[in-house]
Design a protein around this ligand. Structure first.
Ligand SMILES: Nc1ncnc2c1ncn2[C@@H]1O[C@H](COP(=O)(O)OP(=O)(O)OP(=O)(O)O)[C@@H](O)[C@H]1O
Ligand SMILES: [Mg+2]
Length: 516
């Protein structure tokens, strides 16, 4: 062993001696040429091939460098011994990366590769339109010559994909709004954004578990469906209509969808959009992997008179239905659809549907449109056909299975302690027609005393069930809601007829009196 160390030390000594001779005898240019030649000779006999991926390629940032850095961050965190830690702006996660001049082994399809992070000082500042960093950074990838064709292309593609995934996971998602109207920011963007931190998830969402699973499956199929949409020639987008009374979780569902898929949200305020071309610009500036939301679609916009006042409890837009007016536009060849008001606003249904439905829908991919409404019965059936809104989701009053989820969320209990309470709640909950928002209020107020919370909830449920007795039927489909509405309208019509009939009888009497 001792002999081994002695011979290694003497070998290193010889190398150092040779290096000092080369440095002292040869001028720098020749030294560089000798090193290059040695490198060439070395690579000729080497079984490896090397690829340099520099951070800055000319003056452009090399996307591949950033991707490799992110990709390696997921593996160095497990196996590295010296790591760099960073936390990007708008991010709540810390990222690991390979420290300077450190290396790490990886494998792909059975082939071993070695990554080295090479950092050197930039000596002379070469001319550039923008200042370059003091350090020259890059990755060197070492692979076996035999593996070159086997792994190179697919390995780099794989790295790009993985990096995009990690970036999405690390970065906080954003909530965009067009509340600034049509004006653009300094970078020419019409959307304003804030980090999206809504805590709602499918786990915390109180609704029928089977329905929840169905929605989650649908969303997952959509997100993983790139190949399917490509093959079938369909634009990679999906539309959801969420409808139901206020406080049943429509907005919470949108947040849960975004958190489930890791998508950004674009909250499209239609009352701020002045015309179709503005709408087109807004929608063109949305990114893929996003959910475009139009809340309260029935009163978002009044094509006849687009004032922002809304008779619907502070909801957006005017009281008349956007869809009713828009449907009239479709049927009547644009009379209502012109949508111009005194202020020159002209947004039409076709402008919106061109993006959800028409040719423009394929500009940008992997996008979900979500429309919400409290009054599905007001929507024109022609506007609810498949393809526009692929899934109609009824957010109902709090059901028994939904209540179980709320009890678990707020009180941490699976079942009430007192015997019999469970059955009593189950007996009245549907009749009581309480929204999950109302139930949540009661549970939050009494969250320190679980038994009191459950007892108070039962009391309220009983009172509400008694006052609302018999109404407890839920209209689950858009068609049912619309049928119900049609019956109401025809009853109103009959009442009006009767009223006008009575009047005419009275008038007849008057006339008779006059004649007499
Ligand atoms: N299904 C639900 N599951 C869990 N929490 C819910 C649910 N529905 C309502 N909530 C609670 O009630 C509050 C209001 O719900 P949300 O804003 O999602 O209702 P909404 O249906 O969008 O109402 P609106 O029609 O008025 O916009 C939420 O903050 C949430 O805490
Ligand atoms: Mg809402």
């Amino acid at each position: 062993m001792k002999e081994y160390w002695t011979s290694l030390a003497s070998l290193l000594g010889v190398l150092a001696f040779c290096q000092s001779i080369v440095s002292s005898i040869f001028p720098p240019e020749l030294r560089y040429a000798i090193l290059k030649l040695t490198g060439r000779l070395f690579s000729l006999f080497s079984s490896y091939v090397y690829f340099d991926i520099t951070e800055i390629d000319g003056v452009n940032t090399n996307e591949l460098y950033n991707a490799v850095q992110l990709y390696l961050s997921s593996s160095v965190s497990i196996s590295g011994t010296r790591l760099s830690l960073t936390r990007a702006v708008n991010s709540s996660a810390v990222t690991f990366s390979l420290a300077n001049n450190d290396s790490i082994a990886d494998s792909f399809n059975g082939a071993a590769v070695l990554w080295e992070h090479v950092v050197t000082q930039r000596h002379s500042q070469t001319f550039s339109w923008r200042p370059l960093p003091d350090e020259k950074r890059g990755f060197t990838l070492r692979i076996r010559k035999n593996d070159k064709s086997l792994i190179l292309d697919s390995y780099l593609d794989y790295i790009m994909e993985r990096a995009a995934e990690i970036r999405r996971k690390n970065q906080d998602r954003l909530l965009y709004t067009n509340s600034r109207g049509g004006s653009l920011d300094a970078r020419g963007h019409p959307w304003e954004s804030v980090p999206f931190k809504h805590p709602s998830t499918f786990e915390t969402l109180a609704m029928d578990p089977a329905k929840k699973l169905e929605i989650m499956r649908d969303l997952r199929d959509f997100a993983e469906g790139q190949e399917f949409y490509q093959r079938t020639g369909r634009a990679w987008k999906r539309g959801y209509l969420l409808y139901g009374p206020p406080g049943t979780g429509k907005s919470s569902m949108i947040a849960a969808m975004a958190n489930f898929l890791g998508y950004d949200i674009y909250d499209l305020e239609l009352t701020e959009v002045h015309n179709n071309s503005e709408l087109r610009k807004l929608l063109m500036k949305t990114s893929s992997k996003s959910i475009i939301v139009i809340e309260d679609i029935d009163c978002s916009i009044n094509l006849g008179n687009r004032k922002k006042s809304c008779s619907n409890g502070g909801k957006r837009g005017g009281s008349s239905s956007f869809y009713e007016a828009a449907a009239a536009e479709m049927r009547g060849g644009g009379a209502a659809g012109g949508g111009s008001d005194e202020s020159g606003n002209s947004i039409t249904l076709s402008g919106l549907l061109n993006f959800t439905d028409g040719l423009w829908s394929c500009c940008g991919s992997e996008r979900i449109f979500v429309f919400t409404t409290n009054h599905v019965e007001k929507l024109d059936p022609a506007l609810l056909r498949s393809g526009r809104m692929d899934m109609h989701i009824f957010m109902s009053y709090c059901s028994f299975p939904a209540l179980k989820i709320l009890l678990k969320n707020y009180l941490g209990v699976q079942e009430p302690n007192a015997a019999g309470v469970w059955n009593e709640i189950e007996a009245v909950i549907d009749k009581a027609e309480m929204t999950p928002a109302d139930v949540s209020e009661v549970l939050i107020k009494n969250r320190r005393d679980k038994d009191k919370a459950v007892a108070e909830l039962l009391e309220i449920l009983k009172v509400r069930a008694a006052t609302r007795g018999g109404i407890g039927r839920h209209f689950e489909t858009v068609e049912e809601e619309q049928e119900k509405r049609a019956v109401e309208v025809s009853k109103e019509g009959e009442a009006a007829d009767e009223f006008s009939g009575e009047q005419s009888e009275e008038e007849e009497e008057d006339d008779n009196k006059k004649i007499k």
